[in-house]
Each structure stands twice: as C-alpha cells, then as structure tokens.
Design a protein. Structure first.
Length: 201
C-alpha cells in the first residue's frame, strides 16, 4: 500500500463523540469550511449551504430534539456503533444527539435537486478530513431534518434565514478531543494489522 500525508490522514480519521467544551479557533473553523467548499458537486453547482452554530443553548436544544426523534434500533452486545465512544443508539442516557460538540455545522441542500444529498455528503467528508488534519475532533450526524421537526427548530430555521426550498441533510459536530480519547486512539494502532490479517486469511 502506498502511504503519503493524504492517505495517512484518511486512515487516522475517527468519529469523536466526547469533546472538551473549549471552542475551536476561528482559523481552524475557516479552514474546515473552505475544505467543504472545495468538495466535488454535481455539475459544479456548489448548491450546499453551510450554517455554523456555536451557540451552546441552540445546539443543546436542537441536539435534544434530534434525540427525541430517534427511532432507530438500539445496539446489542453484538451489534453496536462504538463501545469506546457510544452513540445515541448505544447509550439511551445520552440526551443530546450532537454529543455536546461546541461547534455544529448543518449542511442544507436544495429539495428538488437529484444529487443534493450526495453533494452534502461529499462536502461533509472534506470537512471531516480537514478537521482530522488540524487535530480537531469531528462527528458525522445524519438525518438532520429531525433536528428541526419542532417549533424551536422551525423558529431556528427562520432565524438563520434558511430558504424554504432547502432541507437539512446532515450535521458535522466539531471540537477538541476529550483527554481520555487520546488513549483510545493509541489503542487503535493495531487496527491496520488486524484488518490485514483478516484480508490475508
């Protein structure tokens, strides 16, 4: 396998659900947003809108609305998202589906464009990789429309000035890693060898 800085960054990216409450820097945020803007888009339309929220109260309320609308299957002992960094499917006690990330970016896309969701997902991937390269933790949070399915959510969309012909596709939570996560990352050092052994068998 060929290794370089880009490939290594992809390999070390992990979803983070435990954040410090310290806010990321403006320069880091600007860099992550710029990476999202330079993502591929169908026909070069670049129709996805990014809305950044660093307001703790807003993020807390929207995260709780999303959790309240979660109707997915809860994890079992054998089927789960993550034991080290549990998701709302793993731990019913988690009340905020944004996992208290201090920065939440919501990606909105045109309702009647065939490739709207794909464009948003590609932009999000660029953001996640950019965040990893900067040492910023990130988490992809899907089905963002649930977060606004509530009077507070409707009011938030109006306050943000989001066009009614756009819908929320996904969120990207951003923040610095909780100190305990560093040990988790160290434990992942053998992941590549484990995958290689499975492939070779």
């Amino acid at each position: 396998m060929i290794r370089n800085a880009v490939i290594d960054n992809m390999l070390k990216r992990r979803s983070i659900r435990r954040f410090r409450q310290e806010q990321i820097s403006e320069e880091e945020l600007a860099t992550i947003l710029q990476a999202g803007l330079y993502a591929p888009s169908a026909g070069g339309r670049q129709g996805v809108i990014f809305v950044v929220s660093q307001d703790k109260d807003t993020n807390e309320k929207l995260g709780r609305i999303k959790k309240a609308h979660f109707h997915g299957r809860m994890s079992t002992a054998d089927v789960y998202v993550s034991k080290e960094q549990p998701s709302i499917a793993d731990d019913a006690s988690i009340k905020n589906a944004f996992y208290d990330a201090p920065t939440v970016i919501t990606l909105f896309a045109p309702r009647k464009f065939l490739y709207a969701e794909s464009d948003a997902c590609v932009a999000a991937e660029n953001m996640l990789l950019a965040a990893t390269s900067l040492g910023v933790g990130s988490c992809y949070i899907g089905s963002a429309w649930d977060s606004f399915d509530d009077p507070f959510g409707h009011a938030t969309l109006r306050r943000w000035g989001v066009r009614t012909d756009y819908y929320a596709v996904l969120h990207v939570g951003l923040g610095y890693l909780n100190d305990g996560i560093l040990l988790f990352f160290l434990s992942l050092g053998t992941m590549e060898q484990t995958v290689r052994r499975k492939v070779n068998k």
